[in-house]
Ligand binder design. Sequence first.
Ligand SMILES: [Zn+2]
Length: 786
Amino acid sequence: MTGKIGVTVKGATKPLTLDASQLSVNAVAVNGRPVKFAFDEKRSKLKISGVPARESRVEIDYSKQVSDDVIFGLYKSKYGKDYILATDLEPAEARTVFPCVDEPAYKAVFRLQITTDERLVVIANTPMISKESAGRGRATFTFQETPRMSTYLFFFAIGRFEEARINTDGIEVLAATRPGQAQNSRVALEIAAESLSAYQRYFGVPYPLKKLHIVALPEYHTGAMENWGAISSRESYALITEDTSFTQKNRGAMSMVHEVAHQWFGDLVTMEWWDDLWLNESFATFMSYKMTGRLRPDWEMWSIFLRDEGFHALNLDALSTTHPVQGHVRNVAESMHTFDAISYGKGACVLRMLEAYVGEEAFRTGVSDYLKRFSFSNASGKDLWNALGKASGLPVARVAREWLTRPGYPVVRVAARGGKVKLSQSRFTLSGKKAPGVWPIPISLRADGSRKSTFLDRRTANVEARAEGELLLNLDRTGFYATLYDGAGYERLARNFSRVGPHDRAGIMYDLYLFLQAGLVKPELYARFVALCGANPDAIATQIVTEQLMQVTAIADESRVIRDIEPKFYPRLLDAFGEEPRPGEPPYVGATREYLASQYASINESYARKMASLFEHFANLDPNLKSAAAIGYAMTNGARAERRLQEMARTLQGEVDRANIYEGLCAFREPELVEHTLELGMSGQVSRSDSGYPLFLSAYNPYARDALWNWITKRYDAMRDMYAGSQQFYLYMGRAIPFCGVEREAEVRSFFSGKRFKEGGSSVTRLLEQLHINARLRKRLLRSGN
Ligand SMILES: [Zn+2]
């Protein structure tokens, strides 16, 4: 690719220094005259001499070799024998596409012109204004100038696109897909358009562009990206149909609503610097639940919020190597490691807590004022707190600061004695390491049959209540803290479990799982409550406990406590939720069945055989049963199943269906077969979008531990290069290694010494700590009950 960029500069530094990387700079001119320049590839800096302080025009001729091997930056998103050339630039890949000042605070207006094959379609942030022949079968596509925006939001894609469109509030919303796929974009397109219109009303600020694209890319390394006016997405999020399982459909739809929220929060108003990444991500995450919940009330979004955001954040934030939501980010390399459950999930929980504190209307007014005031510009966390404080008249800044600028969260211990309930708080860590901290905690509790609230901003406090009555904290699970009851307290909760509400049950189970990992409760107590969940069918608690059981099985499947608990959980709940879909059932019932059936098929041979018999009808199967059928088929048929499943992974058009097939390909009890699956992901025979599935799915297979670890040691560097060392690569490693490494902690540590440790930054220190916690839990689980 050859490129030419013209920048208008005023008050230039001497020399003028721009960010540039992986480019060849051929010539630089200032006000039409060639000047000297020096390109320091190692530091990614282009230094240009002779730029006067007065307003000047700097023009740079450069070229770029687009690598075949990466799926980040400017890359080839391949399908069949063809590809789409696309960009994916957050946080700092814009400098690999054109020289620029590649920091979010340096906003610019972009005027884009692309010359390419005239038969192709070109998509950019703004609408095309002209297409003119450039001779020899080529055409020049010119686009409207963008508003002032940050470089990481710049986007273009060139390919043989097919488009579907909807008009909403006079804005054209389009889905662009590879040929033959546009009809599958309907679900994503509709919810994107609905949310666009709903956000215009909620924010009270019009969407500033004329169109919004959803660009479905066949190879994509993360989930989706909020490029202004041109959201890019992996196909499993953008191409969802009525035949997609509820969990996958929900994930895709939510992702659209998340990226549409960013069109205001992130794109129109951008964080000053990456230490406020949470401003973008927590807000878009929080809003995606709030808005999807309004648009699809039967989806039970706040239950899914607990399962997918709140609880993951509680786990990560209990590591002593966690970071504050509002972190200290010195450079772009560090910013890579903050795209995690803290920036997204914990931040979203704190915003939910703040909204409950100031009230929905004051929250909306504050956000709207903030967006109006900082439109086309940048802001920091304190600007938002000030706006919320002004709208509500409450000391938002203080509460927000304490929760957002400090790492971790508290555990509240509850002890009832002599007509009083004593509450005490301290920072909770999974490792058991003592750490300081007192948080201002708005506490809701039920005692003596009535709801009470108190504000715990000291280490201890007493609440009046009869000791022998029912006692429950953190009602409906809106607070970001864990609650540890004493022995008598758990006894009472167990007796009253059938009367505890769904979110509260989920909360109790989650806290118990944290305490199990920390060694604060015995495995037998945790198992007792799992059995109670088995006897009291409830969708969200079932999904959360199933996920926990997947994890403990991966860590110590031989444990007697865990083996004993399975018959008291899976068969009872499968019976309660029904093994087969029932007409008119709510979507989350199907989702719960999917959780139960997939996990039970992977641990129980006779159930696996039952599921295997469904596999023959895979194409027409109920979407919520597809993954269980693939798992059952693999478990039952071993090597005989491999050839067919691999063939399907290579040839199935839909990523959503392929994801189900990988569930099977990672469930084999024969380690060498799982190794083939891992290699398939990197073989070039399947979409590179799929390369993460084998990693995080086989991590839950205890038979695959050695195979997965050996494969990681062999292919770590190659995979890191393919992901250009992006955040997504480290997210995958963080999901796989704490499980497959449980029997070889020392070996894993030595693997991550030196260069790998340094490059991996906080992602690696956290995965090592989680590994240590899992290894310790494994020992405890094997000791108890055996
Ligand atoms: Zn986001």
